[in-house]
Every structure is written in structure tokens, then in C-alpha cells.
Design a protein around this ligand. Sequence first.
Ligand SMILES: [Zn+2]
Ligand SMILES: [Zn+2]
Length: 294
Amino acid sequence: MSWSQQLLHYQNEIRLTAFFAILAIMGGWEQIAPRRALMLSKVVRWSNNLGIVFLNSLLLRLLLPTTAVALATLCSEQGWGLLNQMQMPLLVASLVTIVAMDMVVYLQHVMMHAIPLLWRLHRVHHADLDYDVTTGARFHPIEILLSMLIKFATIILLGPPAVAVLLFEVILNATAMFNHANIGLPLALDRWLRRLLVTPDMHRVHHSTEDDEANSNFGFSLPWWDYIFGTYRSEPRLGQQGMQIGIHRYRDPQQVNQLPGMLWLPFIGRVSEYAINRRQWQRDESKQPPPSEE
Ligand SMILES: [Zn+2]
Ligand SMILES: [Zn+2]
């Protein structure tokens, strides 16, 4: 077996080992040197956030007929997709895959914030009152299914090597857990690392209750898309310690940090102000717009 076949053969072991190893490393780091004091009990948050992760992986297995890696294998057998029509070394095709799929994740994330219906789903990720390694994995099941369908469409168009899809999924999972961790790197290291990778201080800005800050730093792995598309913000106005995490309107832990409330969150309340077509402008600049509801 070639190394790429070996990787594919052990993909479940690789995924699980990477998930639990990074959860343990980041969880330990947060315990020893937390960036911010947490508001809620870790036992409650972790059991509910990891509960939704477990539910999501179960649902993906039950509801979808295939996986991203299996679909990429089918595409290469059939010659479907751009990269399957071109001759290039596996390493180059893998780099193109990782960068291209990461850009799709960035664009999808911007869309989740802009479109009212999709923001309802994505609110579940943002409503966590604290920010730590488990926040990085908490998404509403419908958002997870939608992400997977977007990923399938990307694979059919791009025709990436199956092993590159596996690497992309493991890297995205690892970087999401890293950059949601309640840790801080030394400032100089953080600034240097931001050329290559989204750091915890960079992504934390995206979890601010301030609308303009939440509409910044959409990247999950590579920070370049925020620089290129103009959505980058280096720090929150109140600083990493003073900023408030979550969504203005949804501050009840029973609702936003308990599994039933999290699952029900997309179906309640109005979406106003925050989504792209609900913002109000007033020509008279002396008048302030009404305060945002979320
Ligand atoms: Zn977001
Ligand atoms: Zn996030």
C-alpha cells in the first residue's frame, strides 16, 4: 500500500486520535493558563457541547449516503472534477485542495452570517456564553448537514485527491479546536502565526457580542481570506479580557448552553438588524439607528 492508501485505510483512527489528542492538549492548556475567566461550569458546558458533537456525527452517518472521502474516491475513478482532468503531482493537487476547500469554508461562513435564515442556524455556534475548545465543535445539526452538502458539491466540481480531503478535514477540525481554545499565545508569536494560521485571539474577536466585531475574522484555518476580502480585525475594542462573548439577546444559560435549548434556538425569535438586509440606515446622521437586537 502507498502512504496515501495507508492514510485512507486508517482514516477513522486518524480522525479520532487527532480529535481526542487536540481536545486533551487544549483542555489541559486552558486549565493551566486560561485566557479569560469562564462564566459557566465547565462540566455543564462540555457535556452539552460534546453532546451536540456526538449527535451530529451520528446524524451524518444515518442521513447521508456517503462521506466526503468516499465521494472524492468516486470522482477520481470517474474522472469528474477539475483536478481529475489535469496532470499534477499529488503534493501539488493536495495543496490546491486544502487552500480551495478552506476558501469555500470561509465563503460559506460569511453567508451564514449574512442571510437571515442561515444566521438562525449559525447562532447556535455563537450563542455559547463562554469560548473554549468545545465551542469550536458546537454547530446545529442542520448547519452540519448543510456544510456537508456544500463540501460534496465542492468535491464534485474540484475533483480533489481523496487523501487531500481527509487531510483537509483533519486539519480543519484541529485548527478549529485550537483557535477556539481559551488560551493566549505570547503577543509576538500570535502576530507572527497570524500570517499562516488563525490564532485563538484572532478568532475570539468573531465571537464578540458587538455586531461589527462578529462580522470579522470569518476564517477557520487560513487567515488569508480575511486579509484579502477585507474582513480582518486585529483586536476587539474592549480587549480580549473586556470583550463580551455570545449574542446580545440570548444570555440565558438554560437556553444557550443546554442541549434542548441549543437545538431549538434556530426556531425562535426574530432576526433583525444583524443580517445583511435587515440593517437600517438613516440619511439624517444626527439620528442614531435603533440598537441591534442581537
Ligand atoms: Zn460565525
Ligand atoms: Zn467560531
